[in-house]
Each structure stands twice: as structure tokens, then as C-alpha cells.
Design a protein around this ligand. Sequence first.
Ligand code: SAM
Ligand code: SF4
Length: 352
Amino acid sequence: MNVSLTQLDACAPPSAPSHTQRRDVLIDAHGRTIEDLRLSITDRCNFRCIYCMEPDDRFLPKRSLLSLTEYLNIVDAAIDMGVRKIRITGGEPTLYPELDTLIRELGRRPLDDIAMTTNGWWLDATRLTCWKSDGLTRLTFSLDTLREERMAVMTRSKTSVQEVLSSIDKAAHAGFPQAKINVVALRGQNDDECADFADLARSHDLHIRFIEFMPLDSGRSWQPSHVFSEREMVEAISRRHPLQQQPTTNPHSTSLEYVFADGAPGKIGIIASVTRPFCGACNRLRITAEGAVRPCLFSNQEWDLRPVLRAGGGIAEIKKFLRDATWTKQAGHSIGQDDFRQPDRSMSAIGG
Ligand code: SAM
Ligand code: SF4
């Protein structure tokens, strides 16, 4: 069932079958259990990455965004139903005014992993140290080029490569484990830098995670021909540094992991959502900054939890809503098939 966003504005998901109501787990109709919640806390961003946003993209009015208490109520309901991993994302999460309090509050909850994805703009050493001691476990940075002239083109911002690298360095000094760096590889833009990123992984013991370009750009310019594929990335890196694929230990991992065949430090991961979908193993649920529950990144189906929150709904009602929404999670995406329609929202408006 594909329901349009306009239809969904006042919409709650249909009730999940009664046998699921008795169990405190988030399970979908295909037997997948949700353990990983992606929480988008803002749709605002100070970059306009060419594969994500357009220069004139508008943001949601502030009153549409959830309050800190509303985010935490959703988190508490999800924890009650087995969620153990939270990723804070956006938009750019570091622009969220109450981020420090959110991290502190999440750190008090029984979670195994609290991660955050950021573009690495202006991260302060003291703040990083506080986040670490308050319970943030991991940081993922996004950096798509190592060439300053390209940085301006790809992010449409004034931020430099050096600034992001310095944030990564500060995170290591604050005690965060080996940083992951997300690199979206775009044919004709930065596909010639895969081996340079591998050099960086080796010299600084970093985990570089290449991502295939997904049809989630707000400019809707995505074409299959723009996707620099996993196979092409591996070939490009291996010409300089032969890679060895690692056995998959985490059944829910979205990436294939590689190490360097010569034993050098650093790791390479590849998220190939387009050419190697991993939907069967997906254990994620997404909450947008204004409280829509999105069972799948690539679908237009989403359920508006905000009316429940704003009507004073308690944890029991939020849990029921999450349970029902999860049940509707589709089996997989249809990118590359004739019936695929690009989602109405961009990655920045969903939460990557
Ligand atoms: N602003 C933060 C950042 O850039 O790290 C967090 C939000 S961003 C939407 C999360 C991740 O989504 C980033 O690593 C970004 O590179 C990735 N992303 C955005 N649009 C994408 C697209 N069309 N295809 C693949 N990855 C995308
Ligand atoms: Fe902003 Fe992140 Fe999207 Fe770039 S990828 S425009 S930093 S939300």
C-alpha cells in the first residue's frame, strides 16, 4: 500500500494484527524486528550537498518540529519495545539548539549505542568531550572530497576539508572510537578520489564508508547512470591498494566491509543500497524531525505521530502507534524497477 503524503497528514496506521499487540516488540509483517531507531532532530542544514539539498530548499516552520520532550517520549516508547540503538541525525543535528541536553538524556537510558551523523562543521573540543562523557558512543562524519576546490562545489558551503578533518581529529582526542567517514560517490564528481580516501584510511586508521548515490536528492536529478557502483569503487581502490572482503558478523549491517590485503590500518565499508539492496536484514525505523514515522527510507509511506503527541498521548499510545506503523514496513525497495517512484522527501528531510 502506497499512501501519498497529503493523505497521510491526518493519518494513523491501521492496527497491527491482535497477536502483535500482546508483545512488547516492534515487528513488521515480514518478521523483521526493529532494534535501531534513526531520530532526525532537525531538517535545517548549513550545507547544501549536491546529492541531498537544493540551494533554495525551504525548512519546516519551527512550530512543526517536535520538542525535546516529544523526542524523548518517542525514544522511551521505542526502548520499551526493544530498541537498543539510536542514531541522531537530520538535517545537520549539531544545529539543534537542545542537542547537548538530548545527548545527556539519551545517555541516562538503557541503550547499547548512541551514534550521531554530522557534516563536521565547527565541532568544539570541549563540547565533544562532554558528549562523550554524557554517553554519545560514536560519531560518523560526512566528507565527500579531499580537494578544497571541490568541497565548495559539493557542499555549496564555505567549510573546508581541513575543518572537517580537524573535527575528526578532535573527536579522537575526546575519546571517541575510530571515526567513520561517509563518502557519497558520484560519477563524474568525486569518483576519482576513492583511492585517495583509502590512503587517508591507511594513514590515519579511519573507517571510510562509501555510499552509493540514492534517489533521495531534493533536486530529483538522480539517474541510475550517476551511481558509482560498489563494484566500481572496489576496482578503483584495489588498483592502488588491494582489498580483502571481511566476513559479515552483524546480520543487520548495511555495508560490506573490507580491510587492506597488505595489513595496513584502516577499513573500507561500502553501502550499496542501489546495486545490492539489504532490505531483508533491515531492522530500522525512522522518525522525522516533525514526528512522522517512516518504516522505509525509500517509500512514501509515513505515519504522523505528532497529533498523538500534541493531544497528550502517553507512552502506551505512542507504543501502539509505533507498533502499528512498524507492521506496515514494506518488504523492500523497488529502485531500478519500472514501478519505482522517487520519494517526495529528500534525505535531509527524512534523516539519513
Ligand atoms: N547532515 C549530516 C551529515 O551530512 O552527515 C547528517 C544528515 S545526512 C542526511 C546523513 C547522511 O546521508 C550523510 O552521510 C549524507 O552523505 C547521506 N546522504 C544524503 N543524501 C544522500 C543521497 N542522495 N544518497 C546517499 N547518501 C546520502
Ligand atoms: Fe546537510 Fe547532511 Fe544533506 Fe549535506 S548531506 S545537505 S550536510 S543534511
